[in-house]
Structure formats: C-alpha cells, structure tokens
Design a protein around this ligand. Structure first.
Ligand SMILES: [Zn+2]
Length: 246
C-alpha cells in the first residue's frame, strides 16, 4: 500500500476518539454551514449557529462513554446552564447570595448524582449509537428552535438537519474505525454504531420511538423543507408525505 494510503488508513483506525470526531465533525459542519450561507438560506450569524449545532451533534453520541472528559464537560455546562436559568427565574424572590447557592446546588446535583446515574443507565454504543436516536435528537432540536428561536420555517428545519448531519457523521466515523483497512479484517465493534435501533435494549428503543412520535407531532409544518428539497431536485420525497404531516 502506498505510504499516503497507509497513513490515511492508520488515521481512520485511530478515529474513534474525541479529537477525531471533533475534527471531522467540524469539517463536515463547516462545509455545510458555508453552503447554507452561500445559498442565502442563512445569514452569517445563523450559519455560525448551525455550524456549532453540527459540531455538537457530531460529539453528542459519545455521551454514553462513562466518565470521559467530554461527558464531564457536557454535564458541567448543563449544570451551569440549568442553574443560571433557575436563578434568573427566581431572581424576584431571593437575595443574590441565596441565588448563588441555588445555582451552585443545581450544578452539584447535575454534575455528580445525575451524571453518575446517567453513566449507570447507559451502555456505550447502545441506543445513543443508533439512527433512531439520531432522528429523535434532531427532531427535538427542530422543536426547540421552533419554540425559542426567531427563525423562518426552513431555517428551523435546517437546525435539525445540522444536528442530524453531525450525528450521522459521528456514527459513520465509528463504523469506519471498526473496519481494519490495513489488515482487511473487521473489528468486533463493527455494526454497533450505525444501526437503526438498539434491539438489545428494546424497551429503551420503544421509548425512543415514542419520543420521536411526540417530536414529530410537536414539530412545525415541514412543507417548507419538502418544497426546498424538491427545488434542489435531490431526494424526491413522495408527494403524500407533506400532506401526511400537515
Ligand atoms: Zn461513538
């Protein structure tokens, strides 16, 4: 094998780590954000936001890796965010130092008991490494964008598109990393990342399917998305699909 190909193969093999996911996720999301901005679907600030969401999506599936630095970081940020939201919601009723205590208290609960509970409940490459979870997370990103962001309908759906793109990039990378290109053999982890759903944990898969249904029900009208896709001339979706959702 030529040296460049071998180097690429070796790089792909060592890819199932945080840094590789960050690098490839940022590259894919960056190109997509540039394209969206170029086609004037989003202004530069919005495209930057979509880029961040794409990168976040490409890191999210490994939330099931117990006690890793990125997972600790995620729960630390989540605790800070939730604590801040609670303190600002209660600011009329408490003194500033009491608010600070509430903030710290929420952070501690999220960072220690909640993170540890989450680690106990999740299995690496279980439900979080499935297409079902990718779709569920993406649809709730659309719902959140619809509620909290002042985006036009197409851009709201692109929020979900970027999360999905990042998520799928992660799953594909995990699968590539489980094919030993140099030795032409397949590691035991093959097929554990890019799967439709987790049959080993069917109750969780069922729950996830229910959540996906709820997300689709809460999501805004997808007609602008279908219209845009039709204009692209790429995936021809059945004409009945928009009617089904509206
Ligand atoms: Zn992974």
């Amino acid at each position: 094998m030529p040296r460049a190909a071998e180097a690429t193969a070796r790089w792909l093999l060592g890819m199932a780590n945080f840094q590789a996911h960050l690098t490839v996720g940022a590259t894919v999301a960056g190109i997509a954000a540039l394209a969206v901005n170029y086609h004037e679907l989003a202004n530069f600030n919005q495209a930057q936001g979509l880029f961040v969401l794409g990168v976040a999506g490409s890191l999210f599936p490994d939330i099931d890796v117990d006690d890793s630095k990125p997972v600790r970081g995620f729960f630390a940020l989540l605790g800070l965010g939730l604590g801040l939201a609670a303190a600002s919601a209660l600011r009329q009723r408490f003194l500033i130092f009491e608010l600070a205590l509430i903030w710290v208290g929420i952070w501690l609960v999220v960072y220690f008991p909640l993170r540890m509970l989450f680690a106990r409940l999740t299995v690496h490459r279980g439900i979080y490494h499935s297409l079902l979870m990718a779709a569920t997370v993406a649809i709730f990103a659309v719902v959140a964008a619809d509620r909290w962001l002042d985006f036009d309908p197409l851009l709201t759906w692109l929020v979900g598109g970027f999360v999905l793109l990042g998520y799928l990039t992660h799953l594909v990378l995990d699968e590539i990393a489980s094919i030993d290109l140099a030795g032409k053999r397949i590691k035991r982890s093959f097929g554990t990342a890019l799967k439709p759903l987790s049959l080993n944990a069917w109750p969780v898969s069922l729950l996830c399917l229910g959540l996906l249904g709820v997300g689709l029900w809460l999501a805004p009208d997808p007609a602008p998305l279908f219209h845009w896709l039709r204009n692209l001339g790429l995936p021809q979706l059945p004409q009945t699909l928009p009617a089904f959702f509206s």
